[in-house]
Design a protein around this ligand. Structure first.
Ligand code: SF4
Length: 492
């Protein structure tokens, strides 16, 4: 039984499960990404376009701020009673012919899905775009069991065929341009027309022909869920292409993997999010395809319907009062598109399936801060993400909170203070006494000898880490105190 939620058979997830653990610390990964000028061009073009679309449709609604506040309040209320709503969801979904499974971590979730696919006698499954199945590494787990998973969302298909990783929630192949996509299709799709051009319509048609055979032969479909309505046990997937709906309706068995935070109490609550999500993500007034199902309908659609409810670190995040709102995220990607850091380095630099500002807080909360320790520092704290978020998640405050948690945990783990701790202690000692501070300012002017054109390019250790990515301004010829004394002829 989970200690926090009090639900049966839901152990708190072990840390670092799935594919969430940062592959390479953010500073090193960001440096390589910044050197890729094609990547930066692709990102700048895509994020600028999506930002403009979002701004246009959000500006149409006079009650946008009230909607945001309603979204925030519904999520906060749901998190406060999450155990009750999950039990209600389980009861309603089961009563309508579905089966609910509880998974404490990625390993458990993958095993449940693999067993279900085997029980259906399938060796291939079709998938609706789903970040949570990326989180648990489901495709690799299925491949290990001899089952191939076919991504059917166009962008996810590009990522899969390119043996790549998604870099954006909404546009997983945002880092690829049309010419690169054409090359991938020609290389990886055996049945593609060799005269394929890089026109969007031609690329979409090639993908459509490739996927059609998969849809018609698939015995099992796998999806995530954007929302689940507790009062009727209804699952909801929103998407733009219609491929998701084929996966949700054609196979005989449908398996949905959903993070436990996706439940909402009622249909009227769902109505709020169905207004917030499309405007914030694709810049549309409503989603082109919104699919909902509640258990099994005899003779229509999948006859075996399963829901895997996944913890994988979520109860630990829920127990962190400052970090908890990160679980309110509806994965719209608005914060990614406005983030100056994301726009320059892209999603791969974050080393996690959750990139951008929300990834910088959600990943460390799910895995434990030390497994993604560099991510809370991958931000300028400009606050653009907070302003854009449709459910008003105060990401900058959570970033600061996680930075503090990292410093505390690192200090606890090490008996010897590191260079940063020594520097901060020395700064505190110096600044706590006016005479020491004045002496330090006078001493600091020696830095003028090392500056060029008003900047010092490199500081000596232990300050060298700070100047590795920044210029240090040359200290002024006079300190503020000296200026004040001269102007006022008395000390401040
Ligand atoms: S944190 Fe907010 S803006 Fe970012 S993806 Fe989640 S809901 Fe969207």
């Amino acid at each position: 039984m989970s200690t926090f939620l009090g639900m049966p058979e839901l152990p708190v997830a072990p840390r670092g499960v799935g594919h969430l653990r940062g592959a390479e610390p953010f500073p090193a990964a960001a440096r390589s990404a910044l050197a890729d000028s094609q990547l930066r061009r692709n990102l700048a073009k895509a994020t600028t376009t999506i930002r403009a679309k979002r701004a246009r449709v959000v500006g149409e609604l006079p009650d946008w701020e009230e909607l945001r506040e309603a979204g925030r309040a519904i999520k906060a209320h749901t998190m406060a009673s999450l155990d009750g709503y999950l039990e209600q969801l389980e009861g309603e979904f089961t009563a309508r012919g579905g089966t609910v499974h509880w998974a404490g971590d990625a390993v458990e979730a993958n095993q449940i899905v693999t067993d279900l696919v085997r029980a259906a006698g399938a060796s291939e499954v079709v998938k609706v775009k789903s970040i949570v199945t990326d989180e648990i590494g489901l495709n690799d787990a299925l491949a290990g069991a001899g089952i191939s998973a076919v991504e059917t969302d166009l962008a996810e298909l590009i990522v899969q065929l390119g043996k790549d990783r998604p870099s954006h929630f909404l546009v997983p192949a945002i880092h690829r341009n049309r010419a690169e996509i054409r090359e991938i299709f020609l290389r990886e799709m055996r049945d593609v027309d060799p005269s394929l051009t890089d026109e969007p319509r031609a690329l979409a048609e090639a993908a459509r022909l490739h996927l059609r055979r998969k849809f018609l032969s698939a015995e099992v479909g796998i999806s995530g869920a954007n929302f689940a309505v507790a009062e009727t046990g209804t699952l909801c997937v929103v998407e733009s292409e219609g491929n998701g709906r084929m996966c949700l309706t054609l196979p005989r068995t449908l398996i949905t993997v959903m993070g436990i935070e996706k439940v909402v109490p009622s249909w009227s609550d769902l109505g709020v999010f169905l207004q917030l999500l499309p405007r914030s993500s694709t810049g549309e007034r409503m989603n082109p395809y919104t699919s909902m199902w509640s258990g099994v309908t005899p003779g229509d659609g999948p006859q075996q319907v399963h829901l895997v409810l996944l913890d994988n670190g979520r109860t630990a995040a829920l127990a962190d009062e400052v970090g908890r709102p990160a679980l309110h995220c509806i994965r719209c990607s608005a914060c990614l598109n406005v983030c100056p850091v994301y726009e320059r380095v892209g999603g791969h630099a974050y080393g996690s399936v959750y990139p951008g500002p929300i990834g910088a807080v959600l990943s460390p909360l799910l895995t434990g801060v030390e497994d993604n320790a560099s991510l809370p520092f991958a931000s300028s704290l400009c606050g653009a993400c907070y302003d854009a978020c449709p459910v008003k998640i105060d990401i900058p405050s959570i970033l600061v909170h996680l930075r503090a948690r990292h410093v505390e945990e690192a200090a606890r783990a090490s008996r010897v203070p590191d260079a940063e701790a020594i520097t901060m202690a020395a700064a505190a000692w110096t600044m706590s006494d006016p005479r020491r501070f004045a002496a330090a300012q006078r001493g600091g002017r020696i830095g003028r000898l090392f500056g060029r054109k008003g900047k010092i390019r490199r500081l000596p250790p232990p300050l060298s880490g700070w100047s590795r990515a920044r210029d240090v301004p040359v200290p002024p010829a006079r300190t503020f105190r000296q200026w004040w004394q001269r102007e006022h002829r008395s000390p401040p």
